[in-house]
Design a protein around this ligand. Structure first.
Ligand code: TXA
Ligand code: MG
Length: 351
C-alpha cells in the first residue's frame, strides 16, 4: 500500500490553492511518481514519459499487458515537434490546429520518448488535452506525461474521481479530483504514420471531422470486429477485453418498441440491470434501470456510459446487463457503439 494523497482542484483553477495542489502533483511526476488526473475524456494515470522506470510502474499498477503502448500528453503543439517527426508529416499539418482536443495522433517518435512508453513500437501516440487542469499539470511538470486511462485494466474507464479512488487508492501517489469528465469516452485515435491515415479508436472528434481535413481515412477493423489475442492489432489495446463490468453485458439494437418489449420479457424471469435511454425508462419494468441520456444526444450518452456500466456492479444479485446501443454509427455514435461492443465482448442482439 502506498499513502495516496487526494488533491482537490476546481475545473477552472479559480482558487490559489488549485495551483499549489498542481505544483505538488507536478513535483511527484518529475520525481518518478504516479499521479491520476482529470482530462476532458476520462481520468488518466500519469507518469513522467521521459523516465522509463516511472512508466513501468503504470503497467504494474494497472495490470496492463506489456505490449500495449501509452499515449504521451503534452501542453502545446510545439511540444509535438520536439518528440515526434511531425514536420515532414503532411497529415499532421492539416489537423494540428484541432488541438487542444479529445484527439490522439500517432506519429513516428524521436528517441527522447523511451521504448517503455511505446512498448517498443517506432510510433507513439500524442495528445494535448483540452482540460485546463490536465494542461496546467503537464506545463508545471515540464515533461510529457504518459497516461493510460486511470482504471484497473479491463474495467470501465474512470470519469469521476470517486471511480479512480475505487480502482487506484493505495496504489498511486496522488489522485487529483477535478470533477467529472466532460466527454466521458477516451480520445479519438488516428494514425498519421500510414497513408492514408487510419482511425484506430472512435471518440468525440468524429471520423467525419477528420475526413474533412485529411481526405480518405480508413477505419481499423478492430473498431467493429472481434480480434484474436494473437492477432497484430494496429492499436494493440483494441484486442484486449475492455470496459467490462462484473456481470456479462448484452447489447440490444432495434427500434423503441421492440427493444422495450425484449427487455421486459427477459426481466420477467431474470434479475438484470438495464442501460437505456431516458425515453425508455417509463416503459421498462425492471428494478435496476440506468438511463444513459436522451436517445438523440450521443454526446450525453458518451458522458454517462462508463458511469452506468460501473454502477451495475453495485446492483445485488443480478446475473447480467442489457444495454441499449445506437443503431447509427454516424458521428459520436460510433464511439458509443465501439465501447458497448467491447464491454459486451461482441455479444449483440439485433431485433
Ligand atoms: O482519452 C484518452 O486517450 C485517455 C486519457 C487519459 O488521455 N487515455 C487513454 O489511454 O485512453 P489508454 O492507454 O487507455 O488507451 C490508449 C490506446 C490503447 O488502445 C493503445 O493500444 C493505443 O492507444 N496506442 C497508444 N500508443 C499507440 C501507438 N504508438 N500505436 C498504436 N496504438 C497506440
Ligand atoms: Mg484504457
Amino acid at each position: 500500500m502506498i499513502k495516496t494523497k487526494i488533491l482537490k482542484v476546481t475545473a477552472e483553477l479559480s482558487r490559489p490553492e488549485d495551483i499549489e495542489n498542481l505544483k505538488i502533483a507536478a513535483k511527484v511526476v518529475r520525481d518518478g511518481g504516479l499521479v491520476a488526473f482529470p482530462t476532458e475524456t476520462v481520468y488518466g494515470l500519469g507518469a513522467n514519459a521521459l523516465d522509463a522506470e516511472a512508466v513501468k510502474k503504470i503497467f504494474a499498477v494497472k495490470g496492463r499487458p506489456d505490449d500495449n503502448p501509452l499515449i504521451s500528453h503534452l501542453a502545446s503543439v510545439e511540444d509535438i515537434y520536439k518528440y515526434a517527426y511531425a514536420e515532414e508529416n503532411k497529415y499532421f499539418q492539416r489537423i494540428s490546429t484541432l488541438f487542444p482536443a479529445p484527439l490522439t495522433v500517432i506519429l513516428r517518435k524521436c528517441s527522447l520518448i523511451p521504448d517503455a512508453v511505446t512498448a517498443g513500437l517506432p510510433n507513439a501516440g500524442f495528445r494535448i488535452p483540452e482540460n485546463l487542469v490536465a494542461r496546467k499539470l503537464i506545463e508545471l511538470a515540464g515533461v510529457p506525461i504518459a497516461a493510460p486511462s486511470a482504471n484497473i485494466s479491463g474495467r470501465p474507464s474512470t470519469t469521476r474521481a470517486e471511480h479512480v479512488i475505487e480502482d487506484l487508492f493505495g496504489k498511486v501517489d496522488v489522485i487529483i479530483d477535478g470533477g467529472p469528465c466532460k466527454v466521458g469516452v477516451e480520445s479519438t485515435i488516428v494514425t498519421l504514420a500510414t497513408d492514408p491515415p487510419v482511425l484506430l479508436r472512435p471518440g468525440a472528434v468524429t471520423l467525419e471531422e477528420l475526413s474533412d481535413r485529411l481526405g480518405e481515412v480508413k477505419i481499423s477493423r478492430s473498431i467493429l470486429e472481434e480480434m484474436n489475442e494473437d492477432e497484430v492489432a494496429s492499436a494493440p489495446g483494441m484486442k484486449y477485453k475492455h470496459y467490462a463490468p462484473v456481470n456479462p453485458v448484452t447489447i440490444i439494437i432495434g427500434d423503441d418498441e421492440r427493444v422495450r418489449a425484449y427487455i421486459n420479457k427477459r426481466c420477467e424471469t431474470e434479475n438484470l440491470a438495464i442501460l437505456c435511454y431516458d425515453e425508455d425508462v417509463p416503459y421498462i419494468d425492471c428494478r435496476n434501470v440506468f438511463a444513459v441520456g436522451t436517445e438523440n444526444d450521443p454526446f450525453e450518452q458518451a458522458r454517462l456510459i462508463f458511469d452506468a456500466l460501473r454502477a451495475t456492479d453495485e446492483c445485488s444479485f443480478i446475473t447480467g446487463v442489457l444495454a441499449r446501443c445506437p443503431a447509427s454509427k454516424d458521428g459520436v455514435n460510433l464511439a458509443i457503439y465501439n465501447r458497448l461492443l467491447k464491454a459486451s465482448g461482441f455479444n449483440v442482439v439485433k431485433l
